[in-house]
Ligand binder design. Structure first.
Ligand SMILES: [Zn+2]
Length: 488
């Protein structure tokens, strides 16, 4: 309400609309946020985000800094401290205490409408102050939640993106279900182009690595981006302009890339900066100029906040998921989004690893969704990360069961990669296939390696043991078993 009424004021200039918009700025929610207090625990999550988009829009029309502060503080809390690794948040549609993540890996996590709205809010904030951290969040949520929310076979939509190990996606049906997330879901997939580029008078920001063509008539310049990201770690920008044009090209250096490499017309550029920033090429661009960007991806982990034994596995910005097969799995299409929430989950495997190395690698580093948090946080507070825990079992990476071939098809139907296939089993060595054209085997953790299987397919195998845990096994955090640390 406070957004569209503000928009009506923007269009008509009639102050009555602004006054009415402001009447919907809920004091109970706005006042603590204005003071920098997060009182969101227990609130229905997606009821709040649109109010913040309204606050953001009002700031843009009135310049009232209080509204900007409210929207910005809310964004920081939700994006950086309340989100799961996939960039979405909420369990059973509600916010929960940030030290309680381990209790919130249910079949009802991560409503996709929320991400739809958080991305919208991110665009407003980025428009005020271009920040690479905001785009790191945007990218994480776009690929791992939004892109993953559409059924590649029938085009149906996910409402709640379950992070429960062994669970699966539940899709809408063409005629018998029309959830909120079906409405926003349809919009989501028409919006992939809207945040790739931003500009101001003299700069062009390249935020996302998505094949696209940009036309900027005022500058008489067009840029064509060609890439197979994230299947490939390179992207290419080709300039077309009838006359030389001075412009600062600002390329996002994602937080997940240690070293970015940029070439202009084949010549390597010296780049200053750091991950989580924009590198700038300020020059006169000529017709036919070509920029090649390489963003080397690595396998890495992110811990679930407040835990050292629950982690997600990522490759670049892509959260890896496992395919556990379809045994006992019903058709994923449902009339009600909760119809399948109580289906019993299968036994899920656990990884066993070397204690010292693993724990060291998994200390919380105060960030979520790969976004460095510039704010200082109270001691002991962890940020959102990721997740895989079943009743008493844990798995690295997100597990999901889908119909055979589903994951692979989905990858191809969309951006061409990034979703892994899981080919392991209980009591056996666990293997991950990662659909990325790595140049050579890469190491992740002690005892893990990647090796080539076939064209564009790599196997990620653990050299350590993996076996199922029995109920109640391994209690007492970080207890070593057979020389290994068990993550449960
Ligand atoms: Zn929804």
């Amino acid at each position: 309400m406070n957004e569209w009424l503000a928009n009506l004021y923007g269009v008509t200039g009639d102050a009555d609309y602004l006054k009415t918009a402001e009447a919907f700025n809920q004091k109970k929610i706005f006042d603590p946020l204005a003071r920098g207090e997060d009182t969101l625990n227990g609130l229905h999550a997606n009821t709040q985000i649109p109010k913040m988009i309204g606050a953001a829009r009002q700031y843009e029309l009135t310049g009232d800094a209080r509204d900007a502060g409210i929207a910005t503080f809310f964004w920081q809390e939700v994006a950086l401290h309340r989100s799961y690794v996939i960039g979405d948040h909420s369990d059973r549609e509600h916010f929960f205490p940030t030290n309680d993540f381990a209790k919130h890996l249910s079949a009802e996590t991560a409503e996709t409408c929320n991400t739809y709205n958080m991305l919208k809010l991110t665009r407003h904030l980025f428009g005020w102050s271009p920040d690479a951290g905001a785009m790191d969040f945007y990218e994480r949520a776009l690929y791992n939640d939004i892109l993953a929310s559409q059924d590649p076979e029938q085009g149906m939509f996910v409402y709640l993106m379950s992070l429960k190990p062994g669970h699966f996606k539940t899709y809408s049906t063409p005629e018998d279900s029309f959830w909120c997330c079906v409405g926003t879901g349809m919009e989501n997939h028409a919006k992939y182009g809207d945040t790739i580029y931003f500009h101001n008078d003299d700069s062009l920001f390249v935020n996302l690595f998505i094949p696209s063509e940009l036309s900027w008539p005022e500058k008489r310049i067009s840029v064509r981006q060609e890439t197979k990201f994230p299947e490939s770690d390179t992207t290419r920008l080709d300039f077309q302009t009838p006359a030389p044009t001075q412009l600062a090209l600002k390329i996002r250096w994602p937080a997940w890339v240690e070293k970015i490499s940029v070439r202009v017309n084949g010549k390597k550029q010296k780049m200053s900066g750091a991950p989580g920033s924009y590198v700038s090429l300020n020059r006169e661009w000529r017709n036919g100029d070509r920029v090649e960007i390489r963003l080397p991806m690595t396998l890495h982990t992110e811990p679930l906040p407040g835990t050292t034994n629950i982690v997600a596995l990522l490759y670049g910005p892509i959260v890896l998921a496992g395919n556990l097969g379809t045994n006992g799995m019903p058709s994923p299409y449902a009339r009600d989004q909760l119809d399948l929430a109580k289906i019993p989950d299968p036994e899920v495997p656990v990884f066993v690893s070397d204690q010292k190395t693993f724990l060291k690698k998994n200390q919380g580093d105060g960030r979520t969704a790969g976004v460095p948090d510039k704010k200082s946080r109270p001691a002991g507070r962890r940020d959102a990360g990721a997740v895989l825990q079943g009743k008493s079992r844990t798995l690295l990476g997100l597990l999901e069961r889908r119909q055979r071939g589903g994951l692979e098809k989905q990858s191809r139907a969309n951006f061409g990669g990034g979703r892994p296939l899981f080919a392991g089993g209980l009591g056996r060595k666990i293997k991950w296939q990662i659909m990325h054209p790595l140049k050579q085997p890469a190491k992740l953790l002690s005892g893990c390696k990647l090796s080539k299987m076939r064209k564009n397919s790599y196997e990620f195998s653990w050299q350590v043991k993996a076996r199922p845990l029995k109920e109640g096994d391994g209690k007492g955090a970080d207890r070593g078993v057979d020389g290994f640390l068990k993550f449960y």
